[in-house]
Design a protein around this ligand. Structure first.
Ligand SMILES: C[S@@+](CC[C@H](N)C(=O)[O-])C[C@H]1O[C@@H](n2cnc3c(N)ncnc32)[C@H](O)[C@@H]1O
Length: 293
């Protein structure tokens, strides 16, 4: 596969271009473009949590031989997970440093600079789109619907979208540099690493947290506030289950919507209470006719 790239010339001052310069998004892009984070993302492999594994293993089997779009490909963790059974695979990301790192890691993969809000593909080009590890939450509230509609536009009517997004009713929005994160029996090693990091990086976390306060926004069922990830350097969008369902419907996802938890690989109803979920793993079908489970 030949690797191609698309660079935006930035000449058109559309609402999307204006929002691209929003303070929270600039902060997030800076975090992701940092050389240490690029190296970290470029060495990440495997699954992030059990729900991601369950959903992606199931959906890639269902769409064997399909065309896959990996939005926010980052350092390429998902390239082998999504491309091995696909007829075609394209990964896009709006951080050039990550695109370069992922392209070096997977020179045969089609990995390009691109933005979820203005996808450079014709309508109905893909069977499956994925936006992993809450990448969509870097987008401002007003642009979130634009991104969802763009993703829906490039999917075929029988297509599906798998992504994760922060839970506004979970512990995330209440995280503070001085509070200890809860320890999970499902992820004991990563919980221990988080606690240790919180102690060691306290001063940096405080600086980032203070800087993030000016970027906070609160809506009726959503908010933008700092996340404990990356030492409180990320400022992300949080949403509720009902807001999530409503925004997916409004963006044209008319089929089944499945919500899975953030660590145990369980769907709503079988998982622990939703107020304990940091984020939702989501599978949204484009249409109720095709591919509904
Ligand atoms: C948490 S990282 C996950 C990276 C990778 N998918 C993985 O699972 O390892 C989220 C990624 O989404 C990308 N991203 C966020 N907003 C984006 C947008 N509007 N368009 C394209 N990429 C975006 C970021 O640059 C970042 O690489």
């Amino acid at each position: 596969m030949r690797m191609t790239r698309r660079e935006d010339d930035g000449s058109e001052d559309t609402p999307v271009e204006r929002d691209t310069r929003s303070a929270s998004e600039s902060a997030n892009r800076k975090v992701w473009a940092h050389v240490g984070e690029v190296a970290r993302f470029a060495s990440a492999q495997g699954w992030i949590d059990r729900s991601e594994r369950v959903l992606l293993e199931r959906i890639t089997k269902e769409y064997v031989g399909g065309d896959v779009l990996d939005v926010g490909v980052g350092g390429g963790r998902t390239v082998p997970l999504l491309s091995r059974s696909a007829a075609s695979y394209v990964g896009i990301d709006f951080v050039p440093e990550l695109v370069t790192a992922a392209s070096k890691r997977f020179p045969d993969a089609d990995i390009r600079i691109g933005d979820a809000r203005h996808l450079d593909f014709p309508d109905a080009s893909f069977d499956l789109a994925v936006f992993s590890i809450n990448g969509i939450d870097a987008i401002s509230h007003s642009d979130r619907g634009i991104a969802l509609r763009e993703i829906r536009r490039v999917l075929r009517p029988s297509g599906a979208f798998v992504f994760s997004t922060h839970n506004s009713e979970g512990p995330g929005p209440r995280e503070r540099p001085w509070s200890m994160p809860p320890v999970s029996v499902h992820q004991p090693r990563s919980s221990a690493r988080t606690v240790l990091r919180r102690v060691i990086r306290f001063r940096t976390s405080m600086t980032n947290y203070r800087a993030s306060v000016a970027m906070n926004e609160v809506g009726p069922d959503w908010m933008i506030t700092s996340s404990g990830a990356h030492d409180f350097g990320l400022v992300v969008h949080y949403t509720s289950e009902s807001a999530l369902q409503a925004e997916l419907r409004a963006s044209g996802f008319a089929g089944a919507i499945e919500l899975w938890d953030d660590r145990a690989g369980l769907p709503v109803g079988r998982a622990r209470p939703q107020r304990l979920w940091w984020y939702f793993n989501v599978l949204a079908r484009c249409s109720a006719v095709d591919g509904t489970v």
